[in-house]
Design a protein. Structure first.
Length: 656
């Protein structure tokens, strides 16, 4: 095929905002019940609603939730663990009222928890069954008078699985409680707890409580150790993940009090517990333990064999969302690859035969149209200026039909993940290919603080938010420009949530290399965030910045709103009106400040959206508006056939 030279950024592409959301789904947790496989699908074209799907042994798929119901919990505001299944009955938390419901095959949804006493009410999640059929779950209780995050109470409760009942409180007292799991004999409860100011990737404790006496013992955890995913075995032992050796690896506890190492690898089996209900390993009988592990920016599956040896499995997957045991010879995984979106697969052992249960979309792309991420490492500095190495995934422009004109180099988008403990995910994402297929390069930065490189790398951001992350993003951009991969004069930076803060912090400095930025619901004022955010993150900044108000001066120093005089580059800001994590006033204050200083700025407020955009029409508007913004700032034309409405950029000379 003939390659046509066109300016970078202007390439026509089939990956439009319409194709990004068309038939798109966010595949979540997977569960197995008998011969049926269940999974959740977040559907942008249904207003972001999460549906639960059942696939029977014959391959027929059925949507289970009635119209108007949405399986999503607001526990910790980030949710997760919103549904589970047993004997053909699905239990789920409905988004609108946060009540727990059950729905039998062919039946109607029946409430199991009382009506909320206030608009915020009680929230449930992370449920599991006891051997008697009862349910244990996390309950997050919000006071009727809405007095604030400090009065929110997190507990473990027991509920009837059959009908409306008053929840019985089993565990209360710690600031946070998650992962309640009843032992096979019904006598003990395993639970993970932590207290402010720790976050679950900092210091957690795994406790086992005797349900008859109320006495409990600490199995693992404490200062400097993060424990997660406890899972009882039939012999009464308890498996769990811990980063006591610097990596989230697998351990076993027995009732005699001994803890032994089960899997020890220099890779992360666990992930930061922003959401409830993670599932990163399963025991597969005589075949051993199948587990996911992050290493060098890529995820993958591995097997711990009964003799203790560990092998990586030769599979195409680069990111694993969830693992469930299907039977003694197979597992179900939610997984994606650099050249395929996330799908659901059955893996048979020992042959590693792969059966597709829920295929990813066919985007109709040729291989040359797909930009495959290239892991890169580059020099950067820590918060004291000492040299160190940082990491990223680089996506060069890719098209089977177009190439750059002459000696021109492509613009670069530096993408900053949220968290800030998150990580770049090397899976085909149309929202990334939206840029690369137009001739815009992307680098997704795993800055210091990111997960996947061990606890020491994750802790590089302690007391250093707004320093190490910014240094790594600038270093990535300059390294790519110095190596002739991108245009040093057309560097842009974009991020959401914590990434939005880093975007603003990188622009609020006189030496910024970035000629433009996009802030998606980011933090402008750290003091305001410390005072206004929800319980889960209300002390998060203690570790990232310092204790407040003792370190008030540092909060002000690190807040972009107090350095608006340094802003020179145009900025687009996108925000949800109902965001409880980063309230809209954070975006409004930075927009107002830039308007006052006559800095080019565009602002889009999406009504009804929370922390992240779920509705198809808003996802489309956000993408196209950001593209229009870059086109106006960097001077490239948009493909006329897409009919993209130009976004209004205030104070931009010669704006289109």
């Amino acid at each position: 095929m003939t390659i046509t030279d066109m300016p970078f950024g202007s390439w026509p592409t089939s990956i439009t905002s319409a194709s990004v959301v068309s038939a798109a789904v966010r595949l979540g947790a997977v569960r197995v019940d008998g011969g049926d496989v269940y999974w959740s699908e977040g559907r942008p074209d249904a207003g972001g609603r999460t549906q639960i799907v059942r696939r029977d042994p014959a391959g027929a798929c059925t949507d289970l939730l009635p119209e108007g119901m949405d399986a999503r919990t607001a526990v910790h505001e980030y949710g997760g663990g919103a549904w589970w299944v047993r004997a053909g009955v699905v239990y789920f938390v409905n988004w609108a009222d946060q009540r727990l419901y059950r729905i039998e095959r062919g039946g109607v949804a029946v409430a199991l928890t009382p009506e909320p006493a206030s608009a915020r009410g009680d929230r449930y999640g992370d449920g599991a069954f006891g051997p008697d059929g009862s349910i244990v779950a996390v309950r997050e209780h919000h006071p009727v008078d809405g007095r604030g995050a400090i009065d929110v109470r997190n507990e473990i409760v027991r509920l009837s699985a059959d009908g409306l009942s008053r929840p019985e409180v089993l565990v209360s007292g710690p600031d946070f409680v998650v992962a309640p799991r009843i032992s096979p004999d019904g006598a003990a409860l395993a639970v993970v707890t932590w207290d402010h100011p720790s976050m679950p990737w900092d210091d957690t404790v795994l406790r086992v409580r005797d349900l008859a006496t109320g006495t409990e013992i600490v199995v693992a955890g404490g200062p400097g150790e993060s424990v997660q995913e406890p899972r009882w075995q039939d012999d009464g032992s308890l498996l769990f993940l811990s980063d006591r050796n610097g990596w989230w690896n697998l351990y076993r506890w027995t009732s005699g009090g001994d803890v032994e190492t089960v899997i020890e690898v220099e890779a992360e089996i666990g992930e930061p517990a922003w959401q409830l209900g993670s599932s990163r390993y399963v025991v597969l009988g005589e075949h051993g333990i199948v587990f996911a592990r992050w290493r060098d920016g890529y995820d993958g599956l591995a097997l711990r064999r009964p003799d203790g040896s560990v092998i990586d499995l030769a599979l195409p997957f680069s990111a694993i969302g969830s693992i469930a045991r299907a039977d003694e010879n197979a597992v179900i995984v939610v997984a994606g690859a650099p050249t395929a979106e996330v799908g659901i697969y059955r893996l048979v052992f020992p042959t590693l035969e792969v059966e597709t249960l829920r295929a990813p979309r066919d985007l109709g792309l040729e291989s040359a149209d797909v930009s495959v991420p290239e892991p890169i490492s580059f020099p950067s500095t820590d918060r004291r200026g000492a040299p160190r190495t940082a990491h990223a995934l680089f996506y060069p422009p890719a098209s089977s039909r177009y190439g750059g004109a002459g000696a021109e180099l492509p613009p670069l988008l530096v993408v900053i993940h949220g968290g800030p403990t998150g990580h770049a995910v090397p899976v085909l994402a149309p929202s990334t290919q939206y840029w690369t297929s137009r001739g815009i390069a992307v680098v997704d930065v795993n800055y210091g603080g990111s997960t996947g490189y061990g606890r020491a790398y994750r802790e590089l951001l302690q007391d250093a938010w707004g320093v190490v992350d910014v240094a790594d993003c600038i270093a990535a951009a300059r390294w790519l420009a110095d190596n002739g991969r991108v245009d040093a004069n057309r560097l842009a930076i974009r991020g959401g949530s914590a990434g939005g803060y880093t975007t603003l912090a990188a622009l609020a400095r006189a030496d910024t290399p970035f000629a433009a930025g996009a802030d998606h619901y980011g933090v402008a004022d750290l003091e305001a965030l410390a005072a206004e955010t929800h319980k889960f993150e209300s002390r998060y900044l203690d570790g990232l910045i310092g204790a407040y108000p003792a370190e008030r001066d540092l909060y002000r120093e690190r807040s972009p709103i107090h350095h608006v005089e340094q802003f020179r580059s145009p900025l687009i800001v996108l925000q949800g009106s109902e965001d409880a994590v980063v309230p809209p006033n954070q975006s409004q204050m930075i927009v107002d400040a830039l308007r006052e200083r006559q800095i080019p700025v565009a602002y889009l407020l999406f009504e009804g959206e929370q922390h992240g955009f779920r509705r198809a029409e808003n996802i489309r508007t956000a993408l196209d508006s950001e593209l229009s913004f870059y086109g106006q700032v960097f001077g490239f034309e948009l493909p006329a056939e897409e009919g993209i409405e130009p976004v209004v950029v205030e104070n931009l000379p010669n704006a289109r």
